[in-house]
Design a protein around this ligand. Sequence first.
Ligand SMILES: NC(=O)c1ccc[n+]([C@@H]2O[C@H](COP(=O)([O-])OP(=O)(O)OC[C@H]3O[C@@H](n4cnc5c(N)ncnc54)[C@H](OP(=O)(O)O)[C@@H]3O)[C@@H](O)[C@H]2O)c1
Length: 287
Amino acid sequence: MTKYLVTGATGQLGQLVLNALSEKKILNSDIAVLVRRADAAAELKSKGYDVRMGDYSDADKLAAAFAGIERLLLISGSEVGERLPQHFNVIAGAKEAGVKYIVYTSLLKATSSKIGLAPEHVGTEEAITGSGLDYTFLRNGWYAENYLMALPQILELGQHFGAAGDAKFAPATRADLAEAAAVVLTGEGHEGKTYELAGDYSFTYADYADTIAELSGKQIAYVDMPEAAFKDALTGAGLPEPLAALLSNADAVAAEGWLFDDSKTLSRLIGHPTTPIKEVLQAAMAN
Ligand SMILES: NC(=O)c1ccc[n+]([C@@H]2O[C@H](COP(=O)([O-])OP(=O)(O)OC[C@H]3O[C@@H](n4cnc5c(N)ncnc54)[C@H](OP(=O)(O)O)[C@@H]3O)[C@@H](O)[C@H]2O)c1
């Protein structure tokens, strides 16, 4: 009987969770994955995973997809605005199928955070606690990889634009967060816990610009802008309006600490220091 199920296993975090489970010597055949696309299902099946077809939106099929599963990792969905009903479906399906334990990838400081994504995560956490299932909340901070999106422009222009002033950021790589998810999913004693997960090292945007300057040998300046102007700059660069609004607002409220945490909970969970942003940048610039 397959004990573990990972949702979002075709995504960037989910793939790394599968790698981390493999590092823990969990056999692929002992891991079920929830998949909504036939091509991805075939690929995962060929690697020996127990593939269960299902979509977070398809409430009727989820309980059957979770049959026999004891411990389930729910990786939050990617369709912002649709996620509450989707996650409710997953939780209800898990309960109906007799899943005992659900691990959910939430947002750093979700219950107090002013980041626009927080309400969907809080609503999901509440539904999980209300379900009566054992649970752990992995409140993931921003991925370090998010900061790479603008790297080509920063290198080209010699300027890093943002609206965060001297706010501190403590992102973590997807790989480190995935490792924590594997530790919790397969470990004991995490029930009822909420983990605030961020990198060990923090930086301001000025520090970030300095690190890129050091690695590239170019002059890089951080240019701080008001939130509205930064949003316009992001839409001007081709980002969809809702994403530009989300990112510029996240910058504007970051000074209140919503993307920073110095508890070192993540490095304690994974048993080693988290990956510094300099290493993440070095790897990206080497490609
Ligand atoms: N902390 C951060 O900085 C940050 C940044 C971005 C996103 N996130 C959140 O963290 C999650 C994982 O991040 P990621 O980088 O791995 O995202 P990703 O690469 O976009 O992967 C999302 C995964 O969720 C699956 N999924 C989405 N909607 C689904 C649905 N309705 N039914 C079944 N599966 C569904 C996707 O399946 P398909 O392959 O079929 O699309 C994919 O496997 C995201 O979904 C989002 O909630 C966090």
